[in-house]
Design a protein around this ligand. Structure first.
Ligand SMILES: Nc1ncnc2c1ncn2[C@@H]1O[C@H](COP(=O)(O)OP(=O)(O)O)[C@@H](O)[C@H]1O
Ligand SMILES: [Mg+2]
Length: 380
């Protein structure tokens, strides 16, 4: 206790962090600064290197290269129990023979702290389960056990709490509830949370900052809104929410906006939102930004005529359309059901339009499907 690393505080800094297993590079030269007190999510498909990254931070895996700092303290080769780090895994193993109180008190007792009651009571209050203190783990629901696993980790006041898919074993409704609760707990106690997940909605609900990881590298990092509005790669555009990506060519390059030819139709793209490298561009529009109108009705902004509705899904708050465009591509349109007008039907001929400011542009040589088929996850 009281040595430099255990009490280290400050930003978590990963520098050129790399882990190879034989020839295979699982984590490839990560450079990341995670600000103290933030809720940071590492988001990516199964196998992209998330757990390996956490295990290096926790000291359970030795990096092949690079370093890990908390503040100015180098913890790269520090022994796990000496790090200012606690981890909550998906399979939160509580001690079955100990009461909930003793499960939470475990870390404190191991550190030789005698008077544990006040601290244990405080975290049990925080996870709103003080009334279950005397029960055994098998008398709790899955969600309650997970909250105790979190309580057990934060009672030690680590500078860093690592969460590896902690909600993966819970059903969807409970998961949503726990997301809000975990976020609230993090705000209450102000620790740095590094949360690993393959669930983009989960990352967006909870995190201040998301790093999207793909094949051992960070594709893009930013706030949930920034990543959603300004994806820089097709992987991010498809993995975080859904995107319509249409192949086009840039015809003119103005100070404010680009004129792009999409299969014969001229549309505008804000220049600042394009990461195209030359005239080849993938024009991106999120499905909820598209308007859908019966053919012949007048509209404004960027316009794509000649669509035919190939599928309609009515899901209460919104209707989701799939529209086949003249060049054969299916585009997705999400429309809010807020105008009392009956949804359009399959086979209807329609015009799509949207405001130019909602358009983003990606490098036209990228694979337009990257990141779109990885949502179904083997980890579940
Ligand atoms: N001990 C190991 N030996 C060999 N390969 C490993 C080992 N641990 C992880 N890997 C590989 O490294 C890659 C990243 O794994 P992991 O970090 O668990 O991914 P994620 O948590 O994002 O699903 C995977 O391809 C996995 O098979
Ligand atoms: Mg994992």
């Amino acid at each position: 206790m009281g040595d430099a690393s255990t009490s280290a505080k400050g930003d978590l800094k990963l520098s050129n962090l790399t882990k190879s297993f034989g020839d295979f590079v699982a984590v490839d030269n990560l450079d990341l600064v995670i600000p103290e007190g933030s809720f940071f999510a590492l988001l990516g498909p199964s196998g992209c290197g998330k757990t390996t990254t956490l295990r290096m931070i926790a000291g359970l895996e030795e990096p092949t290269a690079g370093s890990i700092h908390v503040g100015s303290t180098d913890i790269t080769y520090e022994r796990p129990y000496k790090r200012p780090v606690n981890t909550v895994f998906q399979n939160y193993a509580l001690f079955p023979h100990l009461s909930i109180f003793e499960n939470v008190a475990f870390g404190l007792r191991r550190r030789g702290i005698k008077d544990v009651k006040e601290q244990v009571d405080k975290v049990l209050d925080l996870v709103e389960l003080p009334h279950l203190a005397e029960r055994k783990p098998n008398q709790l629901s899955g969600g309650q056990q997970q909250r105790i696993a979190v309580a057990r980790a934060i009672v030690n006041r680590p500078a860093l709490l690592l969460l590896d898919e902690p909600l993966g074993a819970l059903d969807l409704k409970l998961r949503r509830q726990m997301q809000i609760e975990l976020k609230w707990i993090q705000t209450e106690i102000g620790l740095t949370f590094v949360h690993v997940t393959h669930d983009q909605e989960e990352a967006m609900t909870m995190a201040d900052t998301i790093a999207v990881m793909n094949e051992g590298r960070i594709e893009q990092m930013g706030s949930p809104a920034d990543l959603y509005d300004n994806p820089k790669t097709t992987f991010v555009a498809n993995f975080l929410g859904q995107s319509n990506l249409i192949k086009g060519s840039i015809e003119s390059n103005g100070a404010e906006s680009l004129v792009v030819n999409l299969f014969g139709q001229k549309i505008g793209v804000p220049r600042a939102r394009s990461s195209a490298k030359d005239s080849s561009i993938l024009v991106g529009i999120r499905p909820e930004k598209l308007r859908i109108l019966p053919e012949g009705e007048s509209t404004h902004g960027n316009i794509l005529p000649g669509g035919v509705i190939s599928d309609v899904s009515y899901i209460g708050v919104s209707t989701q359309y799939q529209v086949e465009m003249p060049w054969g591509q299916e585009l997705m349109v999400f429309e809010q059901n807020d105008d009392g007008i009956a949804p359009l039907d399959k086979g209807d001929r329609v015009t799509l339009s949207w405001e130019p400011i909602f358009t983003f542009g990606l490098d036209g040589r990228e694979d337009a499907t990257a990141g779109s088929e990885v949502h179904v996850d083997e980890e579940e």
